[in-house]
Design a protein around this ligand. Structure first.
Ligand SMILES: *[C@@H]1O[C@H](CO)[C@@H](O)[C@H](O)[C@H]1NC(C)=O
Ligand SMILES: *[C@@H]1O[C@H](CO)[C@@H](O)[C@H](O)[C@H]1NC(C)=O
Ligand SMILES: *[C@@H]1O[C@H](CO)[C@@H](O)[C@H](O)[C@H]1NC(C)=O
Ligand SMILES: *[C@@H]1O[C@H](CO)[C@@H](O)[C@H](O)[C@H]1NC(C)=O
Length: 919
């Protein structure tokens, strides 16, 4: 309210003013009116009285004013008197006027004072609010501290075997071995980290019979494995590597048995031993069948039903790529979804074997009285009929030009060479796999080979014969990638396959590709998967993923950061606690044992698989909202203490569905000290900021005399080994929060924009949340993708020059994403942001989130950024198309919305404030 209205209202005595105000102005005004009253009322009376007295003295008859005659002198004197009186009165009036003005100015001054008082009241209120905040924050922290001070969880008592020879008799039947009676848990405490000892096969006679390629491949994988230990005494499990035995020199089963039993840690029954027998060929043999393996677990690709112990033995995949890494670029794209052939099958049953089978079968029938129905003939006729009907293109062949040698009479032999088979599969939407009709077989090597060849090139496997046990079936949900149908449904197969939508087809194919890539593609993945299976079964968490050790560059700080004039438009809005909140690192490793218990299936069936333990992921489950008021409130900062509220309450607490947290700014910089210093200074006073990590991407160290700004939080300068844009996404151990704000050294974000971005990210922790949007556009003539930064109502990428993401994605980018992508980023010195968008969309199948309309990305005075020439764009087109090849499909998804704060553009009553003033 202005001083003017205050004066007016106060004078008229209107209500609604603070009492003090009305009081003081009324006093002054009454004084003024009083004076005026005197002037206006009393002056005529006085004058009259004066005149009449004079008149009375001279002429008692004239008691009223009126024209006078006679006595001139007297008249003159009278007029003179009057004039004098007038003069003195007007003088008096002048004085009064002066006095009035004086009073007016005093009023104005007092008004100013009132205004100042009001302001200081306002400030005091604000301070009080902040103080209250501090108190409640401290209270919270105190309570949380008290909670933490409860007795710490001490490590469990280490189980150690009393003595090594337990000498419990073996279960009556070999088949009865399970973890409960054949495994010694005392060697594998939960916190032991799963140490694995691998026998060096060169030191044992059986090592000489192993296929050298398999031996070589496995030994390389053993060297790369983090669980392998040299210390046999402490090991949880003992691995015996075997491969396909080479035919001519194969030892007799009894010899092999003897050799196994004399292994130094066999301890009479081979408990905690794992015999890994990998094969490369499609032949089904079962050499170990006649070997007594005691309490050892067996991992191989072929099992007889009688021999296989579910939950104990492991069905593994054959080693297809023994030595070479698969080349992702040779893998056919996943789109178009439908390929030339709806399905294909090539195979042959060898007649000589068949007839021998007939004999065996009639014998069996006699023995057991129930013959397994041989569906093969029905399958052949049905599939041929589909082919002849020409309703769909299908390719079925039941004889081959040159077939691989099957070793089982019931097995369909593979046709041709591997490359020819892959060629056909690349043109097939589905690949039929007919399992051997032999019900004693858990899985045959030939079927397994067909399965993995199909997965490799994206033909969706259709397995006829629901009795098969696919590799790692106790952890992998195969039905997400493979159709498994009972043989009696053969006549319905065509109908069923035709009914599946493109969306489902692609998701089956995508999942197949994930499984193949993660578990079966290289000898490393095969070996890791076998170990991970045992580890998961005995519920030991995976080894923690590697953090990038940050080598710090020492620096001098001290330059007090001023307030940047560009930040002035943040308004006087308080964006959150600044000095009141101590640094707070996100808690980590809270779910070590959930991942091998409640979360097994999610962990195994979604990227990146079960091989790493992450300190935290964006997918950790949320508590229902009442939990934070009923016992699980640690860390939560509900808005208004739970009562909610608009701007003021909102700015005082983080609210949301997850406990309080802070974020880390990661800034990649290359020899632009001044620009960098300015950017750092602008971060001064940013609430919830935990730390700034400056990734120094230049071999030339920063100038020694450089004085770094003091912005109230630590600034860590990290040295890099080489100048690479991939360094932007390294998971530095210095990053202690889940939230990472990646910004370019010249990016210019306002504090309220950053705060808002942070709050939005907290609700979309699995996505990239940021400011500048871009999209991928279809280049119609060239039938490929273009990178596009034009104005558009749809976007699919958010540039990481100013974006929040979860640290989890830094691990994935650096250690899990295919190396080919990082290589391309280094080759072009470009595209790292596109790569990150691809990665996150690939993992989540969701687009990024763009926040707020305001965007002041590049600073106008800064030196030309690297992204301004044509070649930059050209490279980005190339990157996109290359990345699509690597992933096998385009992971990016479009989005058409942008996030603004909740009360943005809402009309509010005057006692409420907006969440943010400008966004
Ligand atoms: C390992 O498995 C393969 C294929 O199943 C088989 O040919 C080979 O004989 C097995 N080796 C041993 C030692 O059992
Ligand atoms: C196991 O030994 C028996 C008897 O010696 C033999 O008949 C059978 O073929 C062997 N089985 C395998 C899978 O080697
Ligand atoms: C979980 O695993 C991490 C990494 O190995 C370890 O630092 C942490 O102490 C573990 N937590 C518990 C409760 O065992
Ligand atoms: C952006 O739009 C302009 C005009 O519509 C067009 O000429 C240009 O090629 C577009 N840029 C890209 C990268 O598509």
């Amino acid at each position: 309210m202005s001083g003017y209205t205050m004066l007016r209202n106060g004078g008229l005595g209107n209500g609604g003013q603070p009492w003090m105000l009305r009081w003081s102005s009324r006093i002054r005004l009454s004084w003024l009116s009083f004076t005026l009253f005197i002037i206006l009322v009393f002056f005529p009376l006085i004058a009259h009285y004066y005149l009449t007295t004079i008149d009375d003295a001279n002429d008692p008859d004239r008691r009223i004013f009126g024209p006078r005659t006679g006595n001139e002198l007297c008249e003159v004197k009278h007029v003179q008197d009057l004039c004098r009186i007038r003069e003195s009165v007007s003088e008096e009036l002048l004085q009064l006027e002066a006095k009035r003005q004086e009073l007016n100015s005093e009023i104005a001054k007092l008004n100013l004072k009132i205004e100042a008082c009001k302001k200081s009241i306002e400030n005091a209120k604000q301070d009080l609010l902040q103080l209250k905040n501090v108190i409640s924050q401290t209270e919270h922290s105190y309570k949380e501290l008290m909670a933490q001070n409860q007795p710490k969880l001490s490590l469990p008592i280490r189980l150690l075997p009393e003595k090594d020879d337990i000498n419990i008799p073996l279960p009556k039947s070999k088949r009865n071995c399970g973890l409960h009676n054949c495994f010694d848990y005392s060697r594998c405490p939960l916190t032991s980290g799963f140490p694995v000892f691998v026998y060096n096969s060169d030191q044992y006679p059986f090592g000489n019979f192993i296929d050298p390629l398999i031996k070589q491949a496995l030994e390389a994988s053993v060297r790369n494995n983090v669980y392998v230990t040299e210390n046999a005494n402490n090991a949880c499990i003992y691995v015996v590597l075997m491969g396909e035995m080479q035919e001519p020199v194969m030892p007799k089963p009894t010899e092999l048995e003897e050799q196994l039993h004399s292994l130094p840690y066999w301890r009479t029954d081979g408990h905690n031993h794992l015999i890994i027998n990998l094969s490369r060929k499609s032949e089904t043999q079962n050499y170990l069948y006649n070997v007594s393996t005691g309490r050892a677990m067996i991992a191989q690709s072929t099992f007889y039903d009688l021999q296989y112990r579910p939950g104990f033995d492991i069905v593994v995949s054959p080693l297809v790529h023994a030595m070479s890494e698969p080349n992702f670029l040779e893998i056919p794209p996943q789109v178009p979804v439908k390929r030339k052939y709806l399905f294909s099958f090539q195979g042959e049953k060898i007649e000589s074997l068949r007839s021998s089978l007939q004999e065996a079968r009639s014998f069996e029938e006699e023995m057991e009285g129930n013959a397994p129905a041989d569906y093969d003939d029905r399958i052949i006729t049905t599939l041929k009929a589909v082919q002849d009907s020409k309703l769909d293109f299908v390719m079925v062949e039941f004889t081959c030009k040159n077939q691989a040698k099957p070793s089982l009479p019931t097995e369909w032999a593979l046709c041709g060479e591997r490359d020819d088979r892959l060629e056909l599969l690349k043109q097939s939407t589905f690949a039929l796999i007919i399992t051997p009709g032999d019900s004693q077989l858990v899985i045959s090597a030939g079927s397994a080979m067909r399965l993995f060849e199909a997965l490799e090139v994206g033909a969706i496997p259709v397995i006829l014969g629901e009795q098969v046990q696919l590799p790692y079936h106790d952890t992998i949900r195969w039905n997400e990638a493979v159709l498994i149908l009972p043989k009696p449904r053969i006549t319905e197969v065509h109908f069923l396959l035709r009914s599946i939508s493109d969306n489902d087809l692609l998701s089956l194919r995508r999942q197949g590709r994930f499984l193949w890539e993660t578990y079966f593609s290289t000898s490393d993945t095969v070996f890791n998967t076998i170990l991970a299976t045992v580890r998961t079964r005995i519920q030991i968490p995976a080894a923690p993923i590697k953090e990038e050790p940050a080598v710090e560059i020492p620096h001098r700080s001290g330059k007090a950061a001023g307030t940047d004039p560009n930040m002035a438009d943040n308004g006087d809005l308080d964006l959150g606690p600044v000095e009141t909140e101590p640094p707070y690192a996100s808690p980590k490793y809270l779910r070590n044992f959930t991942l091998t218990a409640a979360d097994i299936y999610r962990n195994w069936n979604t990227a990146p698989g079960p091989f790493h333990l992450f300190p935290h992921t964006p997918f950790d489950p949320l508590l229902p909202s009442e939990a934070k008021f009923l016992g699980s409130g640690t860390g939560f900062r509900p808005i208004g203490g739970g009562a909610g509220g608009s701007g003021k309450e909102f700015q005082a607490a983080l609210g949301g569905n997850v406990p309080r947290e802070q974020f880390t700014v990661v800034m990649l910089t290359y020899e632009r000290e001044e620009v960098l210093m300015n950017s750092l200074e602008r971060l001064n006073g940013l609430p919830y900021l935990n730390k700034v990590v400056v990734v120094w991407n230049s071999p030339k160290l920063p100038s020694e005399d450089l004085l770094w700004p003091d912005i109230g939080v630590p600034i860590v300068i990290v040295r890099t080994e080489k100048n690479s844009l991939n360094n932007r996404f390294l998971p530095w151990d210095q990053i202690e929060t889940e939230a990472v704000l990646s910004i370019d050294d010249d990016a210019h974000l306002r504090h309220d924009e950053i705060m808002f971005g942070f709050r939005v990210w907290r609700e979309a922790r699995d996505r990239i949340v940021g400011f500048p949007g871009r999209y991928h556009a279809w280049d119609i003539p060239h039938r490929s993708w273009l990178y596009n930064s034009n104005y558009s109502c749809e976007l699919s990428m958010v540039l990481t020059g100013a974006a929040f993401f979860h640290k989890y994605y830094a691990y994935l980018y650096s250690y899990v994403m295919p190396q080919a992508i990082r290589d391309m980023v280094d080759e072009y010195i470009n595209c790292e942001d596109i790569a990150m968008n691809f990665l996150v969309s690939h993992i989540t199948r969701k687009p990024p989130i763009k926040v707020t309309s305001r965007w002041t990305f590049r600073c106008p005075g800064c030196p030309q950024a690297l992204s301004h020439d044509d070649s930059h764009f050209h490279e980005r087109h190339k990157c996109i198309n290359f990345f699509v090849k690597v992933y096998g499909y385009m992971p990016l998804l479009y989005t058409q919305f942008r996030v603004d704060s909740v009360l943005f553009k809402t009309r509010l009553p005057h006692d409420k404030t907006k969440c943010f003033k400008f966004i």
